[in-house]
Design a protein around this ligand. Structure first.
Ligand code: NAD
Length: 341
């Protein structure tokens, strides 16, 4: 066992969060992963404990550790609360959302998918500059929304994507935009990302697609893509489409990365319909924890975790119900632990 320990914040979250976090931590313990957890609340659990879905002590913990593994968080309905996930992205300038999609269970609609979406996480149409104009007594007669992209933000996400491609041995980055219509907003993204691409010529290939064509080509021939980099809204939509190519959100991990902080999570939500039943699939969070291990340089442990997941799913045939199996969350984790050398 390594003597190195890495402080990290652990947020169990809401709904199925504590169940999949327990399973994931048990697997990480079996792998002797070096994380020293500081357990903190957020979401509904945070609201109940300290009256805030993103309590100050949770923010302080993440600021101190710079690293977090997080279960899904529910945004309380009513009361004017903003999404804790959006607040975390803003608080820590988590500008890059990284979502890999890899075929883990053969026999689905598509075989051998291995794609990564890199979505700009802080700009674009998500800045929330929206308002209504009332006309003739209709308060919502006209709705106006503006997006904001900056040269610096576009350059930062494009550089992140090309560096990611280099570091992960990827061959190509596809720049996805809608510059034929949103000429300023996504034209700036296209122009800046293509400038960045020139600096990587000979090391990483690049090409570009208009987002609607990209969406169709992902269905017709997803294998032509490798890394996709795009703006906030397009990235949100395309990364869900891409998760669908490998069996849905239950298999989709995500990382939110900034200069000083990285937060890893499952892409799915708190699944209130199955919370407390012990049947949730912990795979997305386990895959997120593998990303977290790679992020801190524990490539060997991450590799062993990914290998054990493949063997548990495909050689042992142990799967949770959403994947057509019958294993509970804990049974899946125990089977996985047995596969860890
Ligand atoms: P959801 O992802 O929680 O659930 C959608 C469907 O997928 C449900 O039928 C659920 O049972 C199933 N599902 C999700 N994860 C699963 C898993 N690991 N194993 C098996 N089945 C799984 O989406 P929702 O119902 O729209 O959202 C519920 C709550 O989660 C909302 O409050 C939402 O705001 C929140 N949410 C949080 C995050 C996050 O924290 N990153 C992301 C999305 C939604």
């Amino acid at each position: 066992m390594s003597h190195l320990t890495i402080p990290a914040t652990l947020i169990p979250g809401d709904g199925i969060g504590p169940e999949i976090v327990d399973a994931t931590v048990a697997v990480l313990d079996a792998l002797h992963a070096p994380f020293q957890w500081d357990i903190k609340k957020a979401g509904l659990a945070g609201l109940k404990e300290s009256g805030d879905p993103l309590p100050p002590e949770t923010i302080e913990s993440i600021r101190r550790t710079g690293l977090a593994l997080k279960g899904p968080l529910e945004t309380p309905v009513g009361g004017g609360y903003r999404s804790s996930n959006v607040r975390l992205r803003e608080e820590f300038h988590l500008y890059a959302n990284v979502r890999p999609a890899l075929t883990l269970v053969p026999g689905g609609r598509y075989e051998n998918i291995d794609l990564v979406t890199i979505r700009e996480n802080t700009e674009g149409l998500y800045v929330g500059f929206e308002h209504y104009i009332p006309i003739d007594g209709d308060p919502h007669a006209v709705a106006i929304g503006s997006g904001v992209n900056t040269r610096a933000g576009c350059r930062r996400i494009a550089e992140f994507a090309f560096e990611y491609a280099l570091q992960h041995g990827r061959r190509k980055v596809t720049i996805v935009h809608k510059a034929n219509i949103l000429k300023a907003l996504t034209g700036l993204f296209r122009e800046t990302a293509n400038d960045v691409a020139k600096r990587y010529e000979g090391r990483v290939q690049s090409d570009e697609r208009i987002v609607d064509a990209c969406a169709m080509q992902l269905v017709l021939n997803p294998w032509q893509f490798d890394v996709i980099v795009t703006t906030n809204l397009f990235g949100d939509i395309l990364s869900d489409e891409i998760a669908g190519l490998v069996g849905g959100l239950g298999m989709a991990p995500g990382a939110n990365i900034g200069e000083n902080v990285a937060i890893f999570e499952a892409v799915h939500g708190s699944a209130p319909d199955i919370a407390g039943k012990g049947i949730a699939n912990p795979l997305a969070l386990l895959l997120a924890s593998a990303m977290m291990l790679s992020h801190v340089g524990c490539h060997d442990i991450a590799g062993r975790l990914r290998e054990a997941i493949g063997m548990t799913l495909n050689q042992d045939g142990v799967r949770t119900r959403d994947l057509g199996g019958s294993a509970s969350t804990r049974e899946f984790a125990n089977a996985l632990i047995r596969r860890i050398p």
